[in-house]
Every structure is written in structure tokens, then in C-alpha cells.
Design a protein around this ligand. Sequence first.
Ligand code: SF4
Length: 443
Amino acid sequence: MHIAFIQPSLSGLLSSAALQPLAFAVLAAQTPPDIKMTLWDERIESIDWDATIDLVGISVETYTACRAYAIADRFRAKGIPVILGGFHPAFAPEEAEMHADSLALGPAEALWPQIIMDFQSGKLEPRYQQHPLSEFSDVRFDRSIFHGKRYLPLLPVQYGRGCRFKCEFCSVAAFYPRVQYRPVKAVIEEIRESRTRTLFFIDDNLFSDPDAAVALFEALIPFKVRWACQTSLDVARHPEILDLMVASGCFCVLVGLESLNKENLVQMKKAWNLCSQYDILLNEFSRRGLMIYATYVFGYDADTPETFAHVLQYSLQQRFFLANFNPLTPMPGTALYQRLLRQDRLLHKSWWLDPDFRYGAALFRPKNMTSEQLTAGCFWIRRQFNTHRSMIRRIQSPANHRDLKRLSTFLMANWITRQEIYRKQGRCLTAPLYEHTNRDNLK
Ligand code: SF4
């Protein structure tokens, strides 16, 4: 038996910044050893449509849903059964099941052995639903399916999943109803076995449980690895924990600032972010030499056309390593989506399937600007933040150039980000299924 795992890309685009898709390493570890496995990650390679395959498993995110469905349809037309999993089918199962023989709803690690058994005995169920409280602690990763593939030289590692907060626009809390961790020992063992010394903790929020975070940081110290993570800003209120992070090798933090406006933060249920203290809290990172990757969303009710220039000025003044400026995106399954639907403000209800929708465009009617202004403002601020002049200004932050590794990280990441802005903006998510979209044609 031969199973193909497929990671679709956005509109078939190749990416210069792909990380190993860990979800497939989890499935690989659960797959019996007598079954052959192949991974096709469309972000870095083509799908071999002519390979002899018995079963296909596709990971579906909202942005890649249309592409995933087209791939699934093509395999199913050849009589090969397809299973769809990931965030998107969990929030839109009626839609996803039109393109699948079976759906894995929720985190799939506990479902996969049953799915394989049922498939082999010819009794594949239309849906498999993981219990929301199923354990994460025993999850194992088999990274052998990534061998020989050209991913970023940054090892994704997962310590926990879920987040203790419930920001209105975020799907994490809806998908993972509680925060769960693997044993620190298992994480350390995995790091010890890997040859990569630069890690990225892909946890939704590495600071969801301060005690668990401290246990990890203490255990990491002897390994002399370098690592980056996503964390909520409130970690900066704990100087002793920040010191421990740095001592254990942390060099970069990705922090969701989201907005500089208090009303917006209240509306998005992120008032705890306390924008009045951003300067003080961000300085806690910078003075310890941590590179800061800030993320923002635009389009909440207090945002106006002037907001973009204000946020740009602040971000340049802070000399962030990187920053992401996104139009507020109503993902299915989120409280935001439901609110905008109720208020009749959505421009496209199933925007991920809408041939008129373009990547980077506003998806709803903002209160204090037009949707066109929101689209243009986000594209403008992305370009302005990523000019060469801006890079020269930002690189002057000591955190961004204090050693050769950071300097090269800064230059490489900013170069990739700059390219990605132009490649993705305006892409149609429902483009026909070509083999691949050549990256050079898209500049
Ligand atoms: S803090 Fe981050 S991960 Fe947690 S709910 Fe908010 S946006 Fe999602």
C-alpha cells in the first residue's frame, strides 16, 4: 500500500520560505511500517500525478482550500480515495466533504490508525471526529518523510498547542479547546536527535502556561541551540522568564501587537495586550537582544485611512526585525466571522472559493474607511516597511546585527519577505490547477 500526503500551496505558488509541515510527521509516525509513504509539498515541489497511489491525505487551510479541492478532485477522478484534514475541513465540513471520501476532523493523530485500518478493510467512514480532549502528550514525529527536501534551515518543533486567550479573529481556540503540552523530556530528546541547531517553536503561544514555559527553557539551556517562537506580549512583564528565554537560546520573538489603538484591542478581545505599555514591553525584548517580529491586523472599527502611516512610523521607530500587516481576515469558525456575518458586512461569504477574491484584498466593509482603502493601505504599508531604506534603518537595532548569525538572518528573512509581498498580492485563490506557478514569472 502507498499513501501520498499532500501539502497544497497558495494557488500553486512555490515558496522560498517553507518549513517542514509537521502535521505529516505526526501522521507518518502513526502509519504502520509496511505502508509506503510519500510527501508532496507543493510549496517546494510538484505532485507526481502518475505515481501509483492507493490513498491520498491532504492538509487543508482556508487559503489553500480551493487548491486542495482541485487536487483532491483530480485524484478522485482517477479512482484514488482522498482524505482531507486540517483546520479548514473542521470549520467547513459540508463543503470539504464534496471533495473527499473521508474527513479527519480535528487534530488527526488519534484518528489516523483507525482511518488506515478502515481503509484497508474497505470500510472508510465519511467522517472521523477526534475527541476535543484527546491527549497530545503522546504525539510522536517521524521526520523521515522530509528527507531530501529543501526546507528552510529552521527546525519546527512543537511543545504545545492551543492558547489561553480567545482573540476574536483567531481560529486556534476553536480548533484546540484547551492548551496541551508534550513532556519536556520528549521535546528535548527530539532536539537532541536532530542535527539542526536553529529551531522554531511553532506553538500558537509558547507562553500560554508560564510554568510549562519555564520548564522548557530550563531544560533547553544545556543544548546551546538558537530558537525563535510565537509568544503573547505579556511574557515581557516577567523579566526573570525573559532572562531564562535568552539564556536558553531564544533570539527572536513573534508577537501579535495587532493594533496601536485601545478600542480596537477591546473589540478584538485582546485588551490584555495593553497598547499603552507597548514601548516599555517591547524594550524588555530589545534590551536583551531579542529580534522582534511584530504582526498587525487592520480594519477594526477604530482604524481609519490615517492608521497605516501611524503604524508604519511606530514600526520603523521600533526598528522591528520583521512585521506583518494583514487586512483583518474573517476565518470560518471564528467569532469574528460570525459577527461580520450577523452585521451583514462580509463582501464574500465563502471568500476562499470566490473567483472574484484576490489575496490581500479586504473581505468586509470596515467602519471608518472603504474596503478599497483597507486593501490599498495594507499593501502600501507592507511595501513601505520593506523598502531598502527601511531595512537599513531597522538593521541598526543592536538586536538585528549583534552577531553574524543575526545579521544574516535579518538579511535573508527581509529579502524573502520583500519577494513574497509582490508574489502573493492579488493572487486568485481559485486559479486552475497548473503543475506549478513559476516564481520568476510572478515578480
Ligand atoms: S494570543 Fe495569539 S494564538 Fe492566542 S488567541 Fe490570540 S491571536 Fe490566537
